[in-house]
Every structure is written in C-alpha cells, then in structure tokens.
Ligand binder design. Structure first.
Ligand code: AKB
Length: 339
C-alpha cells in the first residue's frame, strides 16, 4: 500500500529547514523530501524518506508516485534572482520546467488516490517590475495584479508559474469529455525577502539583509551591495513558514485568489544597518553599491498590499521589524555563532 505523505521539494533550502521542523513537531503526516543535495543529518532524521535528485528528472518523480500517496506538495525548489541572471536557461529549466513537472505529478497523484493535491507554491516580490525609482516611491503598497512586468528571469519564471498553477486548478484540459481541473488545489504566496536566524541564503538579491546580520554576528566585515536608502519588504522566516501552513490549511471556499501578497516590515538598508549595529556594536558594515544588483532591487516594490491574505485566510505576521530583531534574529543568531 502506498502511504499518504507531504512532499517538500528543495527541502534543504532556507524555507525547508523551518517547514520540516514544524511538520515533524506537528506529527500529523509523514514528510518525504526531494533535493539535489542530501539533507543535513539533523533534518534527514525528521523525514520519512529522502530522495536526492532533480525536479527535472521525471523518472525520479515516477518513483515517488509509485511509492507514495502525496496529498500536499510544498514546491520550494528554485534558482533565485541573482543566480538566475547568470544562467537564464538553467533557471528556466529548474524554475519553470521543474514546476510544470511537479504540477503534472500532482495531477496524476490526485487522479490515482482520488483526492485533490494541495500544491503550495512560494512566489516572490520579484514577480513585480516597477519602471523607475520615482514610481516605486510614489505608488506605495502594490496590489497583486499591478506592475506584473518583472525585469528578471526569476521574476518572469515565478509569475508564469503562478499562472500555470491557476490553469491546473481551474482550467486543466478544459476541452476534455470529463472535467479534469480542480485536482491540483494550487495556492501561492508572494514572499518578500525572507530573513532566517538559522541559515544564510545564496543566489538571491534580497540577500543583503540576512548577509549583513549574519556577518555582524560572526564578527566579519560586510560591504552592502545596495544603497542605504534601498527599501523592499522583508519577513522573519517563522512568519514565512506559518503563512505557508496557514494558507495550506485554509478552507478552499474562503480563497478568492490563487496568489497572495504577504507583508511584514519594510526597512531601508540603512535602517537594517542601524538595528544590526545596536545589537552588535563592533559590526563593520560599509556600503559598496553594485549598480546592476541595485537595479534589480529598485524594480521591486517598497511595500505590498496584503489585505487579501489577511481577509481570506487570516494572515497576521507575529514579527514587525523591531520584534524580528530583538525577539528572533539577535537571540538565535547570537547563540548560533557563540558555539
Ligand atoms: C531573491 O532575492 O531572489 C529572493 C526573492 C526576493 O524572492 N530572496
């Protein structure tokens, strides 16, 4: 008999760490994972089965299908925005072709076990593309359907996959004799930059915030690659994980969209530096603007309107800027590097 499970792709990444720990603690359903790299031993101990390989490998997905009844997918695997600009076709293969494979996998899982598969997809503020700084500063919190003109490969990939998910959920094979849509229950959040106390991101363009904090905690100098006045939304990782879990548990009838903005706080890079220096007075943080990466961050909104997420499924982040630093980041990071 195949066993009902939750599948997490890209499980060894930043979100995967928090999500696996949370699901393992809750113990409601066993977790299986798929990642190109083996999981750290501590994470591996929390999951029922670990598959090492790529989401572009359809034969590997066939194996998963043959052994497990997947009821929920957290599809976290992706190449982030900076990395994707260096290898755009690889980014497309992983971010788009890989997502299409997982959507098709979920459709077939649902067909075989007879229940919808909840498909959780983290999209990003990279799905937006503001034309210039003047507009970015003028428009304030951006709504989901505005400024959907990303300037990065990653942003284009995320926006398109949001649409693919909506297609699978609502219109899949709409001309077939028997209706086939609705088997994939696609649900997506557009994450701001995420800041974790436990892991340092790699390959993103919002990475300056977590890099600055982790460098200061380790006592290493850090040259920030964006201007001090740069402002985009951020969120503490526990709130990101909670949001995924809350949206996946929400009654379907309450959801009015497939993709939701999430906001928590939106400090400038200069304000982040100030807070870091308050916690680590010896921090050595300088400014060394990379004009090309700055251009990417300048195309992302200063703030997003998350009223739909708050209204439809009760999104309510616990951490504002000050609380994120004082109650989560600083205590956890401090003890991590003190070891
Ligand atoms: C990135 O910088 O690419 C990501 C994102 C904002 O989605 N952190």
């Amino acid at each position: 008999m195949r066993k009902p499970v939750v599948l997490i792709t890209g499980a060894g990444g930043e979100i995967g760490h928090g999500l696996i720990a949370h699901l393992a603690r809750a113990g409601t359903q066993p977790v299986i994972t798929l990642d190109v790299n083996p999981l750290e031993p501590a994470l591996a101990r929390m999951v029922q089965r670990e598959f090492t390989g790529s989401i572009t490998d359809k034969s590997l997905l066939e194996r998963v299908l043959s052994e497990f009844e997947v009821e929920t997918v957290y599809h976290l695997a992706a190449l982030l925005s900076t990395r994707s600009e260096f290898t755009p076709t690889t980014a497309h293969q992983v971010n788009v072709d890989g997502t299409l494979n997982l959507l098709e996998f979920s459709q077939r899982e649902a067909e075989s076990h007879g229940r919808p598969v909840t498909f959780m997809y983290p999209s990003s503020i990279a799905a937006y593309g503001l034309p210039d700084l003047e507009t970015k500063r003028r428009v304030g919190p951006v709504k989901e359907d505005d400024y959907n003109t990303p300037s990065t490969m990653y942003g284009c990939n995320k926006l398109y996959c949001e649409q693919l998910g909506r297609y699978y959920a609502r219109f899949y094979k709409q001309l077939a004799a028997q209706p086939q849509s609705g088997r994939v229950d696609f649900r997506c959040v557009r994450f701001p930059g995420l800041i974790s106390a436990l892991t340092v991101p790699s390959g993103g363009t919002s990475d300056y915030a977590p890099e600055m904090i982790h460098a200061a905690a380790k006592g290493e100098p850090y040259a920030c690659f964006v201007r001090p006045d740069t402002r985009i939304p951020f969120m503490a990782m526990p709130d990101g994980v909670e949001a995924l879990l809350a949206l996946s548990a929400a009654p379907k009838a309450a959801l009015t969209r497939t993709a939701y903005n999430l906001a928590a706080f939106n400090p400038s890079a200069g304000e982040i530096r100030q807070e870091v220096v308050r916690a680590f007075p010896d921090a050595d943080i300088s400014w060394h603007t990379d004009t090309k990466r700055q251009g990417i961050v300048d195309s992302w909104p200063e703030d997003v309107d998350d009223s739909a997420a708050r209204r439809d499924w009760g999104f309510a982040p616990r951490f504002d800027f000050v609380k994120a630093f004082r109650d989560y980041l600083i205590p956890t990071i401090g003890s991590r590097y003190a070891k």
